[in-house]
Design a protein around this ligand. Structure first.
Ligand SMILES: Cc1ncc(COP(=O)(O)O)c(C=O)c1O
Length: 366
């Protein structure tokens, strides 16, 4: 006899993050993990140095100042915010731990962020995978198909908006339609990790839906636009009753002093925020158009990355990946997301973008 994990746990596939190195190469360009090319706010860095003096003391277990800073910037009640000290991923874990029971069903779109399936199976619940709709320039969540997948066993629906790795987005009306079709006891989790990048006027990150309903949660992260992936900090906005549940089960000091102070300074620095948005808004369309000129399909993206489709045969995604790697540029293979013919490229600095695009052009022309 040996210790036995809960049913479903061994069906979890290991999460493999974006590669960070190329064997034998010291200097690489990493466009594989949707990190910020701008880096963090200088004010956040100042806060980091200042906070380093208090490390003998426990942090504020309620994360009050960070929640107040987020609340002030987004116009939210800080009591309806819960922060998470290991990024936004563990907030999804906490939600699944709190609301899923063995055998419950969770609706997830086919090419969604892998963590949703992991946290579902970790609770012996059942992921119900729904195909997206594919058009000439997008792989997009299919609201009607997701609603059709509901059964009396459905307890949760995960939606990344914008979605990773497709970059597609549901607009306000589509998300509202999805929510309107859910029974009141089904929790809609909107993972808005890339919300800060979206410039479309008809986008709503989830704040309105959470404010008006008892069964919606929105998660956010400091890892993407705020350039703080190494800090590991996320937060969520949820109805008070859900925050109450999460506050009971979270670690009592689940964010560190450094995370709290750096996060508060980062969210308050709106100049840096707009600089990062402007950079993305300039280079995302440029990358999309330049790669399209090679004849490759590049999907419309609302986030800080693009999904590039390669043909089968000689110029396939694996060959492109290997070619770029030989030149020190790392994109993200997304076969584990069910997209073996695609690579995902993060928006980098101007120099990185120009180099990656010219390598793709060379690869296609060769
Ligand atoms: C859709 C989505 N959600 C959440 C995350 C997790 O971000 P973090 O755990 O760094 O906050 C990512 C990171 O890649 C993501 O793509």
């Amino acid at each position: 006899m040996s210790p036995t994990p809960k049913p479903g746990l061994l069906e979890v596939s290991l999460y493999v993050g974006g590669r960070a190195s190329v064997p034998g190469m010291d200097k690489v360009i990493k466009l594989s993990s949707n990190e910020s090319p701008i880096g963090p706010s200088p004010k956040a860095m100042e806060a980091l140095h200042a906070a380093a003096h208090d490390l003998e003391l426990y942090p504020d277990g309620s994360t009050r100042k960070l929640r107040e800073a987020i609340g002030e910037v987004h116009g939210l009640n800080p009591d309806q915010i819960v922060a998470g000290g290991e990024g936004s991923g563990p907030l999804l874990t906490m939600l699944a731990n709190a609301y899923l029971q063995p055998g419950d069903e969770v609706v997830i779109s086919r090419h969604a962020f892998q963590v949703y399936e992991i946290v579902t199976r970790a609770n012996s619940a059942v992921p119900v995978i729904v195909p997206e709709r594919t058009t000439n320039s997008a792989i997009k969540m299919d609201v009607e198909a997701m609603l059709a997948a509901l059964t009396p066993k459905t307890r949760m629906v995960f939606v990344a908006n914008p979605n990773n790795p497709t970059g597609s987005v549901l607009n306000r009306e589509e998300m509202a339609r999805l929510h309107a079709g859910l029974p009141k006891d089904v929790l809609l989790v909107i993972d808005a990790a890339y919300a800060e990048y979206v410039t479309a006027k008809d986008y709503e990150a989830g704040i309105e839906l959470v404010t008006r309903n008892d069964n919606v949660v929105m998660t956010r992260t400091f890892s993407k636009l705020y350039g703080l992936a190494g800090l590991r900090l996320g937060w969520l906005y949820a109805p008070a009753a859900i925050c109450d549940v999460l506050n009971r089960i979270r670690g009592p000091f689940n964010t560190s002093t450094l995370q709290q102070q750096v996060g508060a300074a980062a969210v308050r620095d709106r100049d840096h925020f707009w600089k990062a948005v402007a950079h993305n808004s300039k280079w995302l369309p440029w990358i999309t158009e330049e790669i399209r000129k090679t004849g490759l399909r590049v999907d419309d993206s609302a986030a800080n990355f693009v999904l590039i489709h390669f043909p089968k045969g000689e110029k396939n995604a694996q060959a492109a990946d290997a070619f770029l790697m030989r030149h020190g540029v790392i994109l993200r293979g997304v076969a584990s997301y069910g997209l073996p013919d695609c690579l995902r490229m993060t928006v980098g600095t101007e120099e990185q973008n120009r180099l990656a695009v010219s390598l793709i052009q060379q690869f296609m022309a060769a």
